[in-house]
Design a protein around this ligand. Structure first.
Ligand code: FS2
Ligand code: SF4
Length: 548
């Protein structure tokens, strides 16, 4: 195996024996083989699209498959075997569509368009031969992977929007075109950089689509005090990012005597008006994804993962048989809840029955977290915010969105938040917030010093807010605003968020705790020189730098 797609990659260069995340070598290889098959399907689907033939099955399969390969989403070997088989069938079907439509398939087809096998042993034998390292030039490899990881993040957001009935065919077309571009040896570095930027453009489209899907389905997030204590009934803990799953779980648990709590990236579900009406939706339990081993032990009830981030449970974990997955998430040994069919809801009855047999959660903390500052809520407070900036009460905003992770060096973000002067405000989104969202950082004239817009995809809200402020202050450039970007990244959704911000013109983003291992020195140099991307230093050094 060779995987370097996330921030925790071994030695900062690549996992080669087993993933730091827990992904086994065979699963990592099968994920590479699935990517290879997706490229093979794209060879035909792109030709069909040129003739105006869209294929809904292909679009859905490629999107979902990309999502399953994201860090900490799916560790289940059986899922990848099944997807590779299914992908080869879909490839054959779309090839037939091309043939029937009289589309010329002459010329040399890439191997991914013709390779075929049907047994697990053949898949295992082929998989190590089609991975990341097959691109020999490290700069080309770096650009291809940067593009690929952007696509994976985009796919995740596209899938959530799809679940709510929102689609944009342009996103599917780009994903497939970009997958093909990673096979093209004739593309120059500049052309690959151009595609990476285009990926950022479609990243904005995907996040805007998901924002529209979420807010038109569940209302605009609003200022909310989220309870972090517990009730007296047994509960279900729901994690991940999928709001459709959240809705259906709340509906099905109503009146059953089972409470619902969010974990990690599902915390922002508490901010949506449509979910607040459920009295058995108690609040948020625990903390960030990497704290799940502790949080799940004391929760007592079953846990539902709607997406990443799953941490493989210790062998003796008491919660091991209480974990369920659904959608793109999977782990061998966890029960998987099937997809919705024929317009019916997913069936969560097994989890609900399981919860009834469990003790209520142990209270590990008490209190509240304040959040719900997505774009509409911030716009509602715009006068107050603008006045605070004009009067000097707010000196600067710090966008500290992104991901959390388990490495000790992420304490930097807690210390940075604590060290920020009291006339500064943190704008956040994503699980990065858990590094400081329970600190007593106070407020500025009633505006909390940590404004949480929501999940990582709600970084889009932060960009919308920045664009609005630019307009209000009549500036020519978004970078003239008193906003600094000190972003934490971990997995591929953060990659698409970063590319989207670059596309929107944001410059001088600081990225930590370490720069991506998949950036070759030359590609890193381009990002530094063209976009002012930088790493982080010590809290003291960075405080001086940012407040200058
Ligand atoms: Fe956090 Fe993990 Fe949100 Fe990422 S819970 S690192 O998936 O997408 O962010
Ligand atoms: Fe390693 Fe990250 Fe890949 Fe897991 S996802 S194998 S930790 S680089």
């Amino acid at each position: 195996m060779f995987c370097y797609q996330c921030q925790e990659t071994a030695k900062g260069t690549g996992c080669t024996i087993k993933g730091v995340c827990g992904k086994t070598d065979d699963v990592a290889n099968l994920q590479d083989l699935l990517m290879f098959v997706l490229k093979g399907i794209s060879v035909y689907s792109a030709k069909a699209r040129e003739k105006g033939i869209e294929n809904a099955e292909v679009n859905k399969f490629i999107t979902d498959s990309l999502f399953t390969t994201i860090t900490n989403a799916n560790f289940d070997r059986a899922v990848f075997i099944k997807r590779i088989n299914e992908g080869l069938k879909i490839r054959a079907a779309v090839k037939e569509v091309c043939e029937k439509a009289g589309i010329s398939l002459s010329g040399t087809l890439p191997e991914c368009a013709t390779w075929f096998a049907s047994t697990e042993a053949e898949f295992d034998a082929k998989a190590p031969l089609v991975g990341v390292l097959t691109t020999e030039n490290e700069d080309v490899r770096s650009l291809r992977e940067l593009l690929t990881y952007g696509l994976k993040g985009m796919a995740a957001y596209t899938e959530h929007a799809y679940n709510l009935g929102f689609e944009d065919p342009a996103l599917y077309a780009f994903m497939q075109r970009a997958l093909l571009a990673t096979l093209n040896d004739n593309l120059s570095a500049d052309e690959l950089v151009g595609l990476v930027m285009e990926c950022g453009k479609y990243g904005v489209t995907a996040m805007a689509l998901l924002d529209k899907a979420n807010t038109s389905s569940y209302g605009n997030p609003e200022i909310t005090k989220v309870n972090i204590g517990v009730g007296t009934k047994p509960g279900i803990l729901i994690s991940g990012h999928d709001l459709k799953d959240m809705e259906e779980l709340l509906k099905q648990t109503e009146g059953t005597g089972v409470d619902v709590y969010t974990h990690s990236e599902m915390l922002p579900a508490n901010y949506y008006p449509a979910f607040k009406k459920y009295s058995h939706f108690v609040g948020n339990y625990g903390s960030s994804w990497w704290k799940q081993k502790e949080d799940f032990e004391t929760f007592n009830g079953p846990i539902l993962f709607t997406t990443n981030c799953i941490v493989p449970p210790p062998v003796n974990a008491k919660y091991r048989d209480k974990v369920y997955t659904t959608g793109a998430a999977g782990f061998s040994g966890f029960k998987h809840i099937a997809n919705r069919e024929n317009g019916r809801m997913k069936d969560f009855s097994e989890i609900i029955a399981h919860a009834k047999k469990c003790a209520p959660p142990v209270e590990i903390e008490k209190g509240e977290i304040i959040g719900g500052f997505a774009h509409a809520q911030v716009f509602a407070l715009a006068d107050k915010v603008v006045d605070a900036v004009k009067s000097g009460a707010i000196r600067k905003f710090f966008v500290m969105a992104g991901c959390d992770g388990r490495m000790k060096d992420r304490n930097y973000y807690t210390e940075f938040a604590e060290a920020l002067p009291k006339d500064t405000v943190i704008l956040t989104a994503g699980c990065a917030k858990y590094r400081y969202n329970k600190l007593p950082l106070g407020d500025i004239g009633g505006i909390p010093r940590v404004l949480d817009a929501g999940q990582c995809n709600d970084s889009y809200s932060l960009a919308v807010i920045a664009m609005k402020l630019k307009e209000v202050f009549e500036l020519n450039d978004i970078n003239e605003l008193p906003i600094a970007y000190n972003i934490a990244w971990y997995e591929q959704k953060a990659v698409i968020v970063l590319l989207a911000l670059l596309y929107l013109g944001v410059r001088n983003i600081h990225l930590g705790p370490t720069l991506p291992g998949f950036l070759s020195p030359n590609v890193a140099k381009v990002l530094v020189e063209t976009f002012g991307i930088a790493g982080i230093g010590t809290v003291d050094e960075d405080m001086k730098l940012f407040l200058n």
